[in-house]
Design a protein around this ligand. Sequence first.
Ligand SMILES: Nc1ncnc2c1ncn2[C@@H]1O[C@H](COP(=O)(O)OP(=O)(O)OP(=O)(O)O)[C@@H](O)[C@H]1O
Length: 279
Amino acid sequence: MTNTNTNSVGTAPVVELREVTKRFSGVTAVQDLSLSLYAGQVHCLLGENGAGKSTVIKLLTGVERPTSGQVLIEGDEVAFNSPRDARDRGIATVYQEVATLPMMSVARNFVLGAEPTIGRWPFRRIDDRAAERAALAELEQLGIARVRDGRQLVGTLSGGERQALAIGRAVHFGARVLVLDEPTAALGVRESATVLRLIQAVRDRGAAVLFITHNAYHAHAAADHSTVLRGGRAIAQFDRGEKSIADVIELMAGGAELHALLTDSERNVVDDGAGTIGV
Ligand SMILES: Nc1ncnc2c1ncn2[C@@H]1O[C@H](COP(=O)(O)OP(=O)(O)OP(=O)(O)O)[C@@H](O)[C@H]1O
């Protein structure tokens, strides 16, 4: 297994889980898991349903505390008491069901909870133009050029654009660690490619990204490092290029069965790794 305490250039992780176990009344959801997230890198957490992925998110975001083991931020052990504690330390989570409000504009969604204001009390009001400028600038920087009007309702955006908005908002408000819960799960091929490119753009701006997925193709396209979880344990940890898509499918529970169902030509594509989505 790859050493998780330093990366190839020797920098310390921004966030680290060290031999973490989490039990829920008789069920061990996560066992002896060590995982490190580095600035400017995408760490992909792969696993089938029930592998323990959501529990890892909860441990990193202060929803749950480990039964044993440590959570460290920049080398300091932390004990989050709430998601707010984690957010205050720069850990932001974008959940699969993206937390955007469809009947509200792109700009208002972007600044939700931190609205810029204009004027003095009692005439203070939300500065919609400032919100619009911030939202469009961030989306443009992240390569989402299709959204040009901050007044557009979020309900009219595609799934990928909504993910982009939520990710852009997190980065804009200072997230150093971005936890993305299955951001491509409900998207088609083109939309997934948009989100995968976005993940790389966020990484290139220096964020540490934890990309949770059960899609080996998406992991292959975006990950610098990967951890495969099965039954709450890390059964493999590896760097980009060390494993093929076929290896990863094999590692995940059910992989062998799924592989056996493919036609010969489909299997060849997977085995060659040629099925990667181009990003
Ligand atoms: N609060 C809880 N109480 C009891 N068992 C739990 C609790 N939370 C999770 N578990 C169990 O821990 C295991 C891991 O669950 P977890 O939700 O972390 O998996 P997952 O990889 O996120 O799965 P999915 O992709 O289906 O959401 C499962 O067996 C689950 O039933």
